[in-house]
Write a protein that binds this ligand. Structure first.
Ligand code: BTN
Length: 250
């Protein structure tokens, strides 16, 4: 995988740009970075606030030769890579909220949005977008209870450019291991250790079905294993549901 990082001042969304580059034939491993996004995208059609200069907005374009149903696993690989880098950089409390958020002290510091383009029945390309709250000092009241930034957690400015390079490097290694293994068995144990929900009660929100359960860890396919109140074990698939703490976000 060749990692070419392309920097922009302003984009509508790095995911949109990476998709365009993907459709134009850009190489697997191309990384798009912007200082500001005017139409940053979050999961479930939400927007992602992307003010200039203070945060990380990046997207990685990939052309994995894997079955399309395995693509959601790439979100977990990226979450693992980001959490790993943050821990190495001194944010020791960084944890993963399955499947695609990184939290510090129970508040979200990073979100990941993976989007896939099909080419017939095969994957054309995958774009993994990563938004990290870097040096944001103030959050609007409705977010301040559940969002934080690296600056707020450490009390010193984060070097966003350096962090981008480190995430790209770490992801390159983890992505390679993922392609070799064909699943997440290689990181399952380390991932579970960083899983904020592990052994905690969570609320599983499936379309038309909500229940409380205890999160046990991930499977090698990236599903969240949970123990329901009747003692039965269920594997929850990332694409269909969201999971939150029984009392709030984590
Ligand atoms: C979420 O809802 O938690 C996912 C947020 C993903 C935001 C990032 S910022 C870089 C990339 N470009 C986008 O438009 N979204 C992702």
């Amino acid at each position: 995988m060749e990692n070419k990082i392309i920097y922009y001042n302003t984009l509508d969304s790095t995911n949109v740009k990476a998709r365009e580059l993907g459709l134009e034939g850009a190489a697997s491993g191309t990384v798009v970075v912007a200082k500001e996004q005017t139409a940053g995208r979050g999961r479930r059609g939400r927007s992602w606030e992307s003010p200039a200069g203070e945060n990380i907005y990046m997207s990685v374009l990939l052309r994995p030769e894997i079955e399309a149903q395995k693509a959601p696993m790439l979100t977990l690989v990226m979450a693992y890579s980001v959490a790993q880098v943050l821990r190495e950089e001194g944010y020791h409390e960084a944890q993963i909220k399955w499947p695609n958020d990184i939290v510090i002290a129970g508040k979200k510091v990073c979100g990941i949005l993976t989007e896939m383009e099909m080419n017939g029945f095969a994957i054309g390309h995958v774009v993994i977008g990563v938004g990290i709250n870097g040096n944001r000092e103030i959050f609007p009241e409705e977010l301040s209870g559940k969002a934080t930034s690296l600056f707020l957690e450490k009390g010193e400015k984060a070097d966003c450019e350096e962090l981008i390079k480190k995430v790209v490097e770490q992801f390159e290694k983890d992505y390679k291991r993922f392609l070799e293994a064909g699943n997440l068995s290689f990181l399952k144990e380390a991932y579970d250790q960083m899983l904020v929900n592990c052994d905690k009660e969570v609320r599983v929100l499936e379309p038309g079905n909500e229940y409380n359960a205890v999160a046990l860890g991930i499977t090698s396919e990236g599903e969240l294993m949970v123990r329901k109140e009747d003692g039965s074990i269920e594997n929850v698939f990332a694409g269909e549901v969201s999971v939150r703490g029984v009392l709030g976000y984590v």
